[in-house]
Each structure stands twice: as C-alpha cells, then as structure tokens.
Write a new protein. Structure first.
Length: 532
C-alpha cells in the first residue's frame, strides 16, 4: 500500500490485527468487526469505521493498517446485512442504532481509553452522521471524506433519476463486500449490460440481469419525491445543524457528493462548530486514489489535533481549495458565497454583460428521448466523471451554447453559479441541463460545473427555471471565454426525460419535446475580485 503513493508519513508502530469479532447490535444481530491496533505500550484513541462495502480492500490497508501504524485503534465494522453481518441491509434505517451499539461495545473493551473519532468516505460518511445525531460523550472528532448525509439527493434531482449513480451504488454495496474478484466481475457484467439497461422501457427491474434483485435499490430509485414518507428519517442534515464535535470535510469538484459536502460545511459553521474543508481537483474515485496523500495528511492532522492533543500539523485556515483553470491551491479563512454578477443570454449564442433589448426567442432545440443527449464528464461516481472535451457533444443539434467575450483579464468564479432560464416547451414536460464551460483560445471547451432541473410549462407562456450548478472555484484565463451550455439532459448520468411527466422508472411512452429559450434568461456567476 505504501508503494502506491508517495508522501505518506513513516509508520510509528507496527500494526496488529484481530479479525472477525461478532459485535451485537441493540437487537442482538451480530455485526462482524475487525480490530487493528498499534503494537506498542500506552493508551491510544480509537477510530470507528462502519462500512457496507466489506472490510478487506481497500478499507483494510487504507484505514485499518495505515491509521494503526500512526497510533490509533481502528475498528472496522460491516453494516447490517453486509460483509457477513447479520440482518438485512437498508440504505439508512439501521445506522443510528447500530452505530450506538458499536460504541456501547467499545466501552467494554480494556484497550478503549474513552477517546473516539470516526473516519471514512462515501457511505462511511453517512454512518458517521448517523452516530452524530446523538453523539456519545466519547466522540471527539469526525473526518468525513466525500461523504453523504442525504440519500434522496444521491439518487434524484428535481424528479430526475441519477441513473449511473444508482447502478454504481448497487454494484458497490452488493458486490464490493464480497471481495475483489466478485466486485470486478459484477463491474464487468454491468458494463456488458449497460446499454440495454439504460435504454430499457420501463427502467424498473432492468438492472436485475447484471446485479440481481436489490430491494433497497428498487425502493431508492422508485421514490423521486423527497417529501415521500419512504424517505422519512433518511436525511441527516440535522446532525450538522446541531453539531458540537469538530468535523473535517473532504471532497472534489467533480465528486457526485460535492454539493452535499458544501451543505454540511455551511450547517456546521452556522452551528458554530469547528470545521475544516479540503476540496481538490478530484472525482469521487480519484479522491481516494490520486488525492489520497493529501486526504490522508489532512485527516491524520485533524485526528491527531482533536484526539491526541497535537495540533502541530493543522493548517492555519479553515478552507483549502484547488482552483481550476490555473491549478493553484487557495487557503481561505472561510467559504462564503460571492456576490453574483449577471450574464445575459442573447440571440446568436452570445453572453452579454448588459441585458439585450430584443424580446424575440433566443433559440430552440428538439430533445429526442430515442436519441438522448449523452453525458460527457461532470460530477459522478464512475470513470467517466471529471473535466472532458465538450467538442463532440456541442456539435449536436440538441445542445445550445452561449459565449461571452474573449477575456482581457482573468475572471475568478467561486461558489454556486445559477442559470435562471426562461423556457417554453411543446409538451409541457422536459428536463433542462445547464453547464458552465471554459473555452480556450483554440476553441476547445472543457466543463467546469453543471446542474439539472425539471421544466413544467403550460400554454400561458415560458416558465422561469432556476438551475443551481455544482460548487466551483475556477479561474478563466486571459484569452479564454465563458460558455453556457444548455441541453435537455445528460444520459445515462440522468435517466432520460420521457416528455410525458411519467416517473422515470416507469416511463414506457416517450415523446420528443421542443424547448425554446426566451429573452430574460440569465447566467449568474459568483465572481471574486479581479486579481491584481
């Protein structure tokens, strides 16, 4: 493991290993747990890692061994219904009580010194927030990496199903816990069936030949409304709103959970809770690969400061972000939304600093569900996420672009950009996908951030649709242009809109839809002061 990355700190201790401990949940269900420990005298704090993805690779070396070598007991537990643990897995309902049961077991261990931290990425972040709903007195620090707190937002946006993420989540939970070989086989099987799955009518059950039937995934995919009783208790935003335990947060600009991480940070700061934020140029997967030396150093410094009383490695600022465009790291006292400056969409594909005087429709395009606009890059969980050349996508007839003037000075954007688009449709139902791009002097465009919203129109005129893009910190260089890209979807990242208003999972009949953009449409860019 150490040979994989450069820059990891030297081990302080040898690592011991006690595998396969049956830890009882509150109802007696055995939750299989591994214990890693430093081979050395003295008291050491404990890290709790609760995961539905098994306890072997990569969790054993990355969390068990590496942190034990640095002087921590590490308890890696398989969530209910996974990795040999008893019971049935559900995507959220059991984590608060099962986390509390794990802490109750820790209190009975002779090596537990009463100082506890939590650590882990993705769903392992959700299990941390579940424990933080009612934080035990021993909990002194949390380190949430690319973590979620709102399962509904992982699977849906404004009624649109996150199709690729749903399939990736199903593969990860169901097969990674079984070991490397079954997980790789399931990934290859999904890849082989992917074209058929994403084109199925209806989508319901289409994944089963590749993944088998997964009741928890069926439930998550079938309920697009966040107010549906199905989601009662799923969102753990309240844990951050009431937090008193110091929390370190890590994400990447192209992580599918980037927006959730920023929401966590805002709630923590509003609660007056000590929090730190690190954002790199990473996707969900690359955060724990190319980004791991930075992530590990950040996490280790945080845990040593709050569990061991050693703040010597903490950085002096609360926020550190990688700025896209020029690739520089910025240390910020805090993350605050900058004042938005409007750029107006105008005819002939222009973005203007002043509102245009004409009131004619700006442009229109036809979205065809039988030939859906493909997804090219952006936030995600899979290998297709990240910054990508947009040339082939923008050559399609169903993608509009609006360009600002060539920049004579750098333009810094920091925060959440918004497209406030006035749009009409001929069917009444559509999706609107909006993307901010950086156009270089040679005309090559690369995606920066994006978002999607549902469009519901009537014959009374255009609807005003507000599309919030994912957070960013980006410098558009001299000689570059700002581009706004508009289309009717990004498939299979999102399930295609049927044009009928039918639920994405059950749609069978599809209708092409014509979307028309109207004057008064605006791109709001959260700009920072111009650099000196």
């Amino acid at each position: 493991m150490r040979a994989t990355w450069r820059g990891l700190p030297a081990a302080r201790y040898g690592a011991g290993f006690e595998p396969g401990i049956a830890v009882p949940a509150a109802d007696g269900t055995p939750l299989v747990t591994d214990h890693y420990f430093p081979r050395g005298g003295g008291d050491f704090p404990t890290l709790l890692v609760r995961s539905p993805y098994g306890r072997a690779l990569p969790w054993s070396p990355m969390y068990g061994i590496l942190f034990a070598e640095q002087g921590f007991h590490v308890v890696v537990q398989s969530c209910r219904g996974t990795g040999g643990s008893g019971g049935d897995f559900h995507y959220w309902r059991n984590e608060p009580s099962d986390g509390q049961a794990a802490v109750a077991w820790l209190r009975r261990q002779p090596w537990f010194n009463g100082v506890l931290g939590t650590v882990g990425p993705s769903y392992l972040g959700y299990t941390q927030w579940a424990l933080a709903l009612d934080p035990p007195p021993e909990l002194k620090a949390m380190a949430v990496q690319i973590g979620l707190h709102d399962p509904h937002a992982l699977f849906h946006t404004d009624g649109a199903l996150h199709l690729e993420i749903s399939l990736a989540a199903g593969t990860g939970v169901e097969y990674q816990q079984r070991g490397t070989v079954p997980f790789l086989r399931s990934t290859l099987r999904l890849k082989r069936h992917l074209r058929r799955i994403v084109a199925a009518r209806p989508l319901r059950g289409a994944y089963e030949p590749a993944l088998g039937r997964l009741p928890w995934l069926d439930g998550a995919m079938a309920h697009p409304d966040p107010a549906d009783p199905y989601w009662d208790g799923a969102c753990l935003a309240g844990a951050a709103e009431r937090a008193t335990v110091p929390v370190s947060l890590v994400t990447g600009w192209y992580d599918a959970l980037c927006g959730q991480t920023f929401a966590q940070y805002a709630r923590l700061r509003n609660a007056g809770c000590e929090a730190a934020l690190l954002v790199g140029p990473w996707t969900h997967n690359s955060t724990l690969q190319q980004g791991w030396p930075d992530v590990f150093a950040e996490t280790l410094a945080w845990l040593r400061a709050h569990l061991c009383g050693d703040p010597s490695a903490l950085r002096p600022t609360a926020v550190r972000v990688h700025r896209g465009g020029d690739g520089k790291w910025e240390d910020l006292a805090d993350w605050a939304e900058e004042r938005a400056a409007p750029w107006y969409l105008a005819a002939r594909g222009r973005l203007l600093a002043e509102a245009p005087t004409d009131e004619e429709p700006l442009a229109s395009f036809r979205y065809d569900p039988d030939d859906p606009t493909p997804s090219v890059g952006g936030p995600g969980l899979g290998p297709g996420a990240g910054p990508r050349d947009q040339s082939a996508l923008e050559a399609r007839d169903d993608v509009l672009t609006f360009d600002g003037p060539v920049l004579t000075a750098p333009l810094d954007v920091r925060g959440v950009a918004r497209g406030r688009i006035r749009v009409s449709t001929d069917t009444g139902f559509a999706d609107l996908f909006v993307r901010l791009c950086d156009v270089a002097g040679d005309g090559r465009a690369v995606n920066v951030c994006d978002g999607l919203a549902a469009v519901r129109t009537s014959g009374s005129g255009p609807a005003a649709v507000d599309v919030a893009l994912s957070p960013t910190s980006y410098r558009f260089g001299v000689g570059h242009r700002v581009r706004l890209q508009v289309s009717g979807g990004a498939h299979p990242r999102y399930a295609r809109s049927s044009g009928t208003g039918a639920l994405p999972l059950d749609a069978v009949d599809f209708r092409p839809v014509r979307l028309t953009l109207h004057a008064g449409s605006v791109l709001e860019l959260p700009r920072t002061p111009a650099p000196a």
